[in-house]
Every structure is written in C-alpha cells, then in structure tokens.
Design a protein around this ligand. Structure first.
Ligand code: NAD
Ligand code: ISE
Length: 340
C-alpha cells in the first residue's frame, strides 16, 4: 500500500519534490497540495491530487497519511504543530523554523506526542560523497579530525528576495548541520568576517567567512559566496592528524576544445544534490509508512537556528559569539533506523 502524501508549498523545491514523489520513487503517492498562491498549487498538482485552500484542511484530511512542507520558513511552525497535533509524519524543508523559541515549541509538541514525527530537509546527510567522507573519518584511519573546510557557492540568488541576513540564516545552516553530523560534535561558538563585497550582489553582504567552534576543539571554516556566476560549487575537506579526506569532484564529461580541457559543474542545488534528495525521501517514506521519522531531527533544526542567530550577532560584534543550548530531550538521542 502506498503512502498518501500532501505537499504544502508548491514553489521551486515543492515542485521538484512532487516530481520525485510522483516520477522517481515508489511506495508513495501525492494526493493533496496547497499553496497560498492557489494557481501555483493547481498547476503543480499531479493528476488526481486534491487542491486544498488551507494547510490545515490538507493536514487534517483523512486521505492524507503524511505531509511534506515546502513553504517559506516563517510558515513552518504553525504547519509543523498542526501535523504533530494530527499525529502525522512530516518532512519539513530547512529551515525548520526561524527562531530558537519557535524550535523549542515544536520540540515540546513532538516530545509530548512521545514519538518522532518530524524529519528536517538537511539533504547533504543523504549524499553518497558525504556518507563516504564520514565512513573514512569514523574508521579512525586518519586519526582525529582537527579542522574542516566547507565551501558553499551559489551561482546567483534571487535579487530582492534573498537578503543580507540569508547567507547566515538560510545558506549556512547546511554547512553547520553537515559539520555537526560529520564530526558527531556540537557547535559552541561562531565568528564571522565580512570581506570585500562582490559587486554582483549589489548591496548584499556577500561573501562571508564563518568560523564554527566545535565542542571538541575542531574548527570549521565556511566560505559562503552566493553570486559566483560560474555554478553551484560545494566543497568539503577534513584535515585529520595523519591525512586529509575531501569530497571528490562530481563526475562530468571531460570536454577538450579550443578553450581548453574542462568539466561542467552543477547549475544549482537541484542538480548537485539530485540523488541525495531522492535518498532523503526514500528513507522518509520508509519511516513515515511506519508512522514515525528518522534522519535529521527537530533538535538538529533547533541547533541550526542557534547557529544562524549567533552568526548574525557575530557580524555586529566582530567577536566569538557563544551558543547556549537547552538540555537535549531524550527523544532526540535515540538512534532509529528503518531500512529504505
Ligand atoms: P519558493 O518561494 O519557490 O516556494 C515557496 C512556496 O511556498 C511559494 O509557492 C509560496 O507561495 C508558498 N507558501 C509560502 N507561505 C505559505 C503558507 N503559509 N502556506 C502555503 N504555502 C505557502 O521557495 P523555495 O525555494 O521552493 O523554498 C521553500 C523552502 O525550501 C524554504 O524553506 C527553503 O529554505 C527550502 N529550500 C531548501 C533547499 C534544500 O536544498 N534543502 C533548497 C531550496 C529551498
Ligand atoms: C537554498 O534555500 C538551499 O537550501 C540550497 O541548498 C542552498 O545552497 C542555498 O544557498 C539556499 O538559498
């Protein structure tokens, strides 16, 4: 029997996830959609799917087993709380929510429900290259990790919609989450340096250099540049005691012509992480079909809001901004695995 899914938010990534849920993956069916822009919901709805006027009606519909939230960050809390109140598994795109207080409210609701229902859209954890990098690190063959370098470059961002805070509260969350996951460590403080601005972003604060201080003493440096023109370039390199482990270049045809020898690079996140998103949903479908969630947790979403807030404070202070966390609820310490 297939999992009947409702999708809230049918913009860029909502449409891409509807495509993978209807054309790529099995054991799942998109039966409902909603968007504040009704025309967008109608044109994105797969054949036979019902278009709902409100997220609440979609969430509470008895034909909907599980929900995928792809609306804007500020809308996530209300929609997540409604899913938890209905006892339905929910995949929520990053950011989980947009403040630590809001993340705590979602955690409290899930903890009170007594079982995990929320998976957050940190897709890098499902990427085969990142998984191989973690296997090398965890084998201990290179000794302890000392430093990690994460590079996050976007070709461009939508002018007017992507604002100066977003490199730190929208884009950095991926680098912060993957660092925590790879190193199995928590972030305790954040520093930010703002170099010369790229003229391609007009007044946008771009690029930014971020230093994440991990509780083990490992330092992660993150370069975020969101207007590099040439493509979507994601890099990662771990420096350990006796060696280096790095993400490989993506496989691409090697072209030789009058301009030289070159390989294409992905245009955007949809292309770079296409298999990671597929695997992320394979694992979500398996867990949601069993009435629960695995993968990135509400706690992981909470910590990323703390990192974003600290990074924004660090821009103003120019100093190391410490991160203070609440005690981690036991619900988020248990390792749950469901084969996908
Ligand atoms: P988008 O603007 O293209 O689409 C968002 C859609 O949500 C729009 O159609 C909008 O009308 C709708 N919406 C907004 N508020 C709503 C509400 N209250 N109820 C119902 N619909 C609502 O944005 P996008 O690029 O698709 O991003 C959506 C989310 O996905 C964001 O949280 C973003 O950070 C995240 N995202 C994640 C990745 C990733 O790599 N994991 C990539 C891109 C975007
Ligand atoms: C976008 O929302 C994403 O999540 C992408 O993965 C990221 O690369 C981009 O910078 C964000 O704006």
């Amino acid at each position: 029997m297939s999992l009947k899914v409702g999708v809230i938010g049918t913009g860029m990534i909502g449409q891409d996830h509807i495509r993978r849920l209807t054309q790529v993956l099995s054991g799942v069916e998109v039966v409902a959609v909603n968007d504040i822009a009704m025309d967008r919901a109608e044109s994105a709805a797969p054949a036979g799917a019902k278009v709902f006027e409100t997220p609440q009606e979609l969430i509470n519909d008895e034909n909907v087993d599980a929900i995928v939230i792809c609306s804007w960050g500020p809308a996530h809390e209300e929609q997540l709380l409604a899913c938890i109140a209905a006892g339905k598994p929910v995949f929520c795109e990053k950011p989980l929510v947009t403040s630590a207080e809001s993340a705590i409210r979602v955690m409290e609701a899930e903890v009170a429900y007594g079982k995990r229902l929320v998976q957050v859209g940190f897709m890098r954890r499902f990427d085969a290259d990142y998984r191989r990098l973690k296997t090398v690190l965890d084998s201990g063959a290179l000794g302890a990790p000392l430093m990690y370098k994460s590079v996050h470059r976007n070709a461009s961002v939508p002018e007017g919609l992507y604002t100066s805070d977003m490199p730190l509260n929208d884009t950095l969350v991926h680098d912060a989450d993957i660092s925590r996951w790879l190193l199995d460590d928590e972030i305790t403080g954040v520093e930010v340096r703002v170099p010369r601005r790229s003229t391609r972003g007009n007044d946008l604060r771009d690029p930014v250099m971020v230093m994440l201080h991990m509780s083990s003493g490992v330092i992660v440096d993150v370069e975020i540049s969101v207007n590099v023109a040439y493509g979507y370039d994601i890099r990662g390199e771990l420096s350990c005691e006796t060696g280096i482990a790095a993400l490989p270049n993506r496989p691409a045809t090697v072209i030789t012509d009058q301009f030289g020898i070159r390989q294409a690079i992905p245009e955007d996140w949809r292309e770079r992480f296409i298999e990671a998103y597929d695997q992320e949903f394979r694992e979500w479908i398996a867990a949601a079909s069993a009435g629960t969630a695995t993968g990135p947790t509400t706690w992981d979403g909470y910590t990323s809001t703390l990192v974003a807030d600290a990074a924004l404070r660090a821009v103003d202070s120019g100093k190391l901004e410490k991160i203070e966390m609440i005690e981690k609820p036991a619900l988020y310490s248990a390792v749950e695995k469901i084969a996908a």
